[in-house]
Design a protein around this ligand. Structure first.
Ligand SMILES: [Mg+2]
Length: 176
């Protein structure tokens, strides 16, 4: 079931090479999940290596829009700090949030990749609109209860698939 499988699967968001896996694959734009993709559910902060990776992605010329299902003020606060556009309350995998985020960037499905830590939201929503999706392992295991339940089903779907860069995965790096 290719629809329910990510196009690529990485051990941590920072294992996605801006030059090789984004620009080199024809992606000019990225719709980026926040919770447990770049923002730790444990520390409620963006790890330092992830902040560095975000800077490298932008320096590579890839436009980023944050795309979050979070209903709190957090996505807006981080978007302001990172100086990135954001679509929150996105209700992924429903299409309207993706469409709004893509419009903010002036992007098309063909040159956009969706990056997130959940199959049932980030990946399925991307595929509904014909976009490629990179799944990443969550920064930490700690998450909302319903997300943890969903994650067990998602791991069953992934089966024995091994994330790229697993050997270099460092876990939840302190931010300060
Ligand atoms: Mg997430």
């Amino acid at each position: 079931m290719a629809f329910l499988q990510p196009d690529r699967y990485f051990a941590r968001v920072t294992r996605i090479s801006p030059a090789e896996d984004l620009v080199g694959c024809g992606f000019e734009f990225m719709l980026l999940d926040m919770d447990n993709t770049i923002l730790s559910r444990a520390s409620h902060d963006i790890p330092l290596d992830v902040k560095t990776w975000l800077r490298q992605v932008r320096e590579a010329g890839v436009g980023i829009c944050l795309l979050s299902n979070n209903w709190h003020s957090t996505p807006y606060e981080w978007a302001a700090e990172l100086d990135l556009p954001v679509v929150a309350k996105a209700c992924k995998p429903l299409p309207h949030g993706y469409i709004a985020a893509r419009a903010k960037l002036g992007a098309k499905s063909a040159n956009t990749v969706v990056v997130g830590d959940q199959l049932s939201t980030d990946v399925v929503g991307a595929h509904l609109l014909g976009m490629k999706a990179y799944l990443v392992c969550p920064l930490v295991e700690q998450d909302l209860r319903h997300t943890v339940v969903l994650r067990n089903f998602e791991r069953a779907l992934l089966g024995a698939r091994t994330p790229e860069g697993a050997q270099a995965c460092t876990g939840d790096t302190p931010t300060r």
